[in-house]
Design a protein around this ligand. Structure first.
Ligand code: PMP
Length: 400
């Protein structure tokens, strides 16, 4: 008789819980399902022609760059293009401080590897992006949630939380200041400056995750925390900036980047050597060709207009659900955050929504602690305008 091997797992993987959002994928195959669940760019908003041209140029003009291994910090051409992109976003950065990552998700993982040890205290917005919670939990970090409101992270609540703690009590704060996942909130300038001042006063690093900042469809652009750090005494060198082409070009490229103070960036490069040696050079070269041709600048207005139309359609439809659901209108990004009224739990509505063939994400997945069971996240990104109307009709039926 053959004996079954008994696997011995690393402690963090003995009984891991996977992503709650990925769990919802099984419902996507239900025929006729309308999904407000994932933050997926819609097929119609991909610049397929621009990307096909970039891919053709990449292989024709630089076949060896595409086919060979590349430097771990990224193809020079792409790093230069990303540096230029950051400058256009009002954030000049040194080339040395910028590295390419396999999606911004990898940037976060590398930072956790080089900056954090089990037991280290980390501040996160409450609610926040679940893959960050998952990564920090797997690393054994102690998470502390910071209250948010319609304008994002409450710097007042944070100041209260920090008061009385010794300097350096928290190692790091992770935040998505522009059009957060899941709340869609955008942190106002005064709070950005206050957050930087708190980082200086209490000696913590800020990881600014910014995959959505370019998708502003209303209001004025705000400088990133990275761009503002020099304006706040003592804040310089305390911000790491993560961004990505996933939401403005295509998630399938798996191209993101990190801008970090040199000692951090250098260590992340070493950490990346053991993860994937380098981000796919082929994908990097396609991204570089795409950016060098000015295709992102050309495509962005249509992309932003597309999301504006979808967001407006969803908010108009949600006005009809106001007796059931209170929502915060976003100025950009892909998400609307809502709270069920009358003590209704989002999970119960979810069960009925699935029966009515519409999906959303119950809010509990986004909390590191003290989940708000009434909350839910709706994404207007993937469905077309008519599907948004229809999906909201179904949601109304689920509430009824
Ligand atoms: N950060 C946030 C806040 C996100 O919402 C996402 C994607 N959903 C990511 C990071 C990961 O993006 P990427 O595709 O660049 O890895």
């Amino acid at each position: 008789m053959t004996e079954q091997p008994s696997y011995r797992f690393a402690p963090a993987f003995e009984a891991p819980s996977g992503s709650a959002i990925r769990e919802l994928f099984k419902y996507l195959s239900q025929p006729g399902m309308i999904s407000f669940a994932g933050g997926y760019p819609p097929p119609a908003l991909f610049d397929q022609a621009g990307l096909a041209a970039a891919a053709e140029r990449a292989l024709r003009e630089a076949p060896i760059d595409c086919l060979q291994y590349a430097a771990t910090e990224g193809l020079p051409m792409l790093r230069e293009q990303l540096q230029a992109l950051m400058a256009r976003r009002g954030c000049p950065v040194a080339l040395d401080e910028l590295m390419v990552t396999t999606g911004s998700q990898q940037g976060l993982d590398l930072l956790i590897k080089v900056l954090l040890s089990p037991g280290d205290r980390v501040l996160v917005e409450r609610p926040t992006y679940p893959a960050t919670l998952q990564a920090l939990r797997l690393a054994g970090c102690a998470l502390a949630g910071v209250a948010t409101d319609a304008q994002g992270l409450s710097t007042e609540a944070l100041a209260e939380q920090l008061a009385g703690q010794p300097r350096g009590h928290f190692r790091l704060l992770y935040c998505v200041p522009s059009f957060a996942n899941p709340t869609g909130a955008c942190l106002p300038l005064a709070r950005r400056l206050a957050l930087l001042a708190l980082a200086a006063e209490h000696d913590f690093l800020i990881v600014e995750d910014d995959p959505y900042g370019a998708l502003r469809f209303r209001g004025e652009a705000l400088p990133s925390l990275f761009a503002l750090q020099n304006q706040v005494p003592g804040a310089q060198g305390r911000v790491v900036h993560l961004s990505s082409l996933s939401k403005v070009v295509a998630p399938g490229l798996r191209v993101g980047w990190m801008v970090a103070p040199l000692p951090v960036r250098q260590r992340c490069t070493i950490a990346k050597q053991t993860v994937d040696l380098c981000t796919s050079p082929w994908a990097q070269r396609i991204a570089a060709e795409y950016l060098a041709a000015g295709a992102l600048e050309q495509h962005l207005p249509a992309l932003v207009a597309g999301y504006r139309a979808k967001a407006e359609r969803m908010l108009a439809g949600l006005a009809g659900l106001a007796e059931h659901l209170e929502v915060a209108p976003p100025e950009g990004g892909m998400f609307v955050w809502g709270r069920c009224r009358h003590g209704v739990q989002a999970r119960e509505v979810f069960e009925r929504a699935v029966e009515h063939n519409v999906l959303f994400v119950p809010g509990a997945a986004f909390f590191g602690d003290q989940p708000d069971p009434s909350s839910l996240r709706l994404s207007f990104a993937a469905p077309g305008l008519e599907a948004i109307d229809q999906g909201l009709e179904r949601l109304r039926a689920a509430f009824a």
